[in-house]
Design a protein around this ligand. Structure first.
Ligand code: ADP
Length: 764
């Protein structure tokens, strides 16, 4: 093994992120790129390197005639030992990595002085939640980085949304070996309660440490609800909040509120010394009096002082910075102005693209050294206290740089970068660009609606009079289940948008009318969509048409027509390529239609294809949805062993990601399968689980558990009547459900016995 190459690969943060994600399973580069919010080509390249180094292993899986590569972790540990004349690197399979990852913006501490008292108090506290508050520039971040340097660092901003934050936390917990939160989010669900509980569970089980920096900037109420929830419940983990104002997270003896003041005299002196500044003691006393030990002020002071100027005392931030600013080179000022244009820290590559000169690294290095800008992770930013000043003297145009930034972001091709680009397009007020970005959303970033609805919505409401934005808002509402709101918006804009946007609106109208049980209107818009699709050569639009046609026919109980249309969908999606999640969904629907037509063998064929794709592309949710259908169908085909196998996998998954509805669906079939096999104990266990779920969620199918227990008792020769009655009572309100349960049960058990009091049939 090439040791140097290995060390280099391991010293790269993104590579470490990849390795830590692979810890939770096998992944296809595409899905991995999605999880990491990075470009797929880049991820593939890295995987190949890691494979060459023997850290991961890739294998080809055959998916409908094509080869798809999936990767998994090959080693669990890398050990380096120094031996005479050589350095040896051992890798082994038996241990896990622990790495920092993702948007981890851990501040770099170049010089840090003093704060002994503070450090002692913060390290020794038993409290799980620590809130450090104090004025800007007083050293909160620096102190927290010193004390909690091994924590996951989350930098908050004005534009933060719950969905984005939680995705990052999910990824972080995943690298610590806790996957349920990430799996839950990947499954597309967003129940606040579930997310809170999963986050808490993940933090407690891993004993994680997280720092949320600049909490005062956050305007999202849901994020504050999460903080309050965690503040009252966390015990083993550590949650640190840094804020300018003291946030109110309720009363709990588990929270340490820590008010940070300036550096003491001794530390302030040390800081100036460390910066290489020399001065008379009387001069120092004056400086301390002016700065009150404020570290940022001291830093600037040291910088300005070196220039041998006399420092005047009034209005001092602007004054100090003015002194420093005017001694910066023109390149330094240029970069500073660029940075001041943006709300968030800028990554190195972005600065390179914006600044366009070769010496970017040198200039950034010099600015960081002077304490003028700061570095977090691989991003650079300007302290808020200085931003105002730079804004005042700024000579460059926002427009030019926002446009360039949008271009840079879009090249990265990730959902996250798309969302930032969209925000800047709105700042630019460029309607054409907004329209163009919304088209990209439709074509390439479909997942925005599912994964980051809140973030997207925040941008959209700023331009809510724009018809294209209205249409997008409709999608967010639809996704969140507010069908009437979505409908209203789509009706409003349908004649004010053109091109692909009109097709999207019309197809959404079909969708929402089907959901609202209004076949007349749905049919009307379907006709309109048909004529649009006929005239268009856009595969996307044609695809939407068939999707709606399939749904409509299925709804109208015309399975043959639905099937024909579904096959058209399949043809198109295969032509479009690279849409594995959509393709597997279509295959699943084909299976469903066959079930409706009572052609189980055919259905099975398509379910297995759907599973094949979902597995190859690590689409966990789709994979388990398919397994759920397979449980059902193998039961119908009396292949009980397989029904149990898939039922086990799917039930475990759905319970893990708290999708109790689906879990109950699976459990009910698995339970009947156990009854068919006369494995009474197992059947009883499943039935009990169903009842537990019904008790906590009120999902009615869960109550069928009582009936199944009753049956199990009867099969054991005991009296099951009490249970059967209990089940019937609960299902009284849902007669169709009761009939359906009895019908499925009837395949393996003589249900007429249910009405014969006390009768106990012979086994088998
Ligand atoms: P805040 O988070 O309160 O706004 P920061 O932690 O960003 O403040 O500190 C402001 C500046 O002062 C930063 O450049 C930081 O590096 C510096 N600084 C803060 N505390 C210290 C310290 N104890 N020693 C050296 N520099 C410090």
């Amino acid at each position: 093994m090439d040791t140097l190459k290995l060390m280099k690969a391991l010293s790269n943060e993104v590579n470490l992120q990849i390795l830590s994600i692979l810890k939770s399973g096998s992944f296809n580069p595409r899905e991995l790129a999605k999880i990491l919010q990075r470009d797929e080509t880049d991820v593939s390249r890295r995987l190949r390197t890691l494979e060459k180094l023997g850290l991961v292993e890739g294998r080809w899986v055959r998916v409908r005639g094509k080869n798809v590569r999936i990767y998994s972790l090959k080693v669990g540990e890398v050990k380096i030992s120094f031996e005479p004349g050589q350095v040896v690197v051992h890798t082994s399979k038996d241990r896990n990595y622990e790495v920092h990852l993702l948007d981890d913006k851990l501040p770099k501490l170049e010089t840090f002085v003093g704060r002994e008292e503070e450090i002692k108090e913060l390290t020794s506290t038993e409290k799980s939640v620590v809130i450090i508050y104090g004025i800007a520039g007083i050293g909160k971040t620096a102190l927290a980085a010193k004390v909690f340097g091994d924590a996951f660092w989350y930098q908050m901003s004005e534009v933060d949304s719950f969905d984005y934050l939680i995705w990052q936390v999910g990824l972080f917990l995943n690298t610590l070996g806790y996957s349920p939160l990430l799996e839950y989010l990947r499954g597309g669900r967003r129940e606040e309660r579930d997310i809170f509980e999963l986050t808490l569970d993940g933090l407690e089980k891993t004993g994680a440490k997280i720092v949320f920096d600049d909490v005062h900037k956050c305007l999202d109420e849901q994020i504050f609800r999460l903080f309050s929830f965690l503040a009252s419940r966390v015990r083993k983990a550590k949650v640190v909040l840094i804020s300018r104002e003291r946030p109110n997270l309720g009363i709990s003896d588990n929270i340490l509120y820590f008010h940070l003041k300036g550096l003491n005299l001794k530390d302030a002196y040390k800081l100036l010394k460390a910066k290489g500044t020399t001065f008379e003691l009387s001069e120092f006393a004056r400086i301390y009096h002016i700065t009150k030990g404020h570290p940022l002020a001291l830093n600037l002071f040291a910088e300005a002082y070196q220039k041998g100027r006399t420092i005047k005392a009034d209005n001092f931030f602007d004054f100090l910075f003015n002194e420093v600013y005017h001694h910066l080179s023109s390149d330094e000022r240029h970069i500073l102005q660029i940075i001041s244009l943006f709300d968030e820290p800028l990554e190195y590559e972005a600065l390179k693209a914006l600044y366009e000169k070769k010496n970017v690294f040198v200039v950034l290095y010099s600015l960081t050294n002077k304490g003028v800008i700061e570095k977090r992770g691989d991003t650079y930013f300007l302290h808020d206290l200085l931003r105002g000043f730079v804004k005042k003297v700024r000579e460059i145009s926002e427009k030019e740089y926002y446009s360039k930034y949008i271009g840079y972001l879009l090249k990265k091709q990730t959902v996250k970068d798309f969302l930032v680009a969209f925000r800047y397009a709105i700042k630019l007020g460029d309607e054409e660009k907004i329209k163009y970005l919304i088209e990209l959303r439709l074509r390439r970033f479909k997942l925005v609606i599912q994964d980051f609805p809140d973030t997207y919505m925040k941008s959209l409401v700023q331009i809510k009079e724009n018809p294209y934005a209205k249409k997008e808002l409709g999608h967010v509402y639809f996704h969140k289940g507010f069908l009437d709101k979505a409908l209203k918006l789509w009706l409003e804009v349908k004649d004010n948008v053109d091109g692909i946007h009109r097709a999207d609106t019309i197809s959404s109208l079909v969708d929402v009318y089907i959901e609202l049980n209004n076949p007349e209107e749905a049919g009307k818009y379907l006709k309109e969509l048909e004529s649009i699709a006929e005239k268009s050569s856009d595969l996307e639009i044609k695809f939407w048409y068939y999707v709606e046609l399939t749904k409509f026919c299925f709804y109208m109980e015309k399975p043959e027509d639905a099937l024909r249309s579904a096959f058209e969908e399949l043809k198109i999606v295969r032509k479009m390529e690279l849409y594995p999640e959509i393709e597997s969904a279509v295959l699943l629907h084909v299976g469903d239609i066959y079930i409706e037509m009572e052609k189980e063998e055919e259905a099975l064929k398509y379910y297995l294809q759907a599973l094949n794709i979902a597995e190859a592309y690590s689409l966990a949710f789709m994979e388990n949805l398919t397994k759920m259908e397979l449980t059902k169908i193998y039961f119908l085909l009396k292949d009980y062993e397989r029904a149990i196998k898939y039922g086990k996998e799917a039930a475990e998954y759905f319970i893990r990601v708290r999708n109790y509805r689906r879990a109950t669906d699976v459990l009910s079939y698995r339970c009947i399968t156990y009854i068919a096999l006369r494995k009474i104990d197992e059947a009883e266990k499943d039935a009990e689980e169903m009842i537990r779920i019904a008790q906590s969620t009120d999902y009615p199918l869960g109550w069928a558990g009582y009936i199944f227990i009753g049956v199990a008792k009867m099969l054991k020769g005991e009296d099951g009547r009490e249970y059967i009655e209990e089940g019937r009572k609960h299902l009284e309100k849902y007669p169709w459900l009761y009939d359906a349960v009895l019908q499925e049960l009837g395949r393996v058990f003589d249900t007429s016995l249910l009405d014969k009091p006390g009768a106990a049939p012979q086994a088998n």
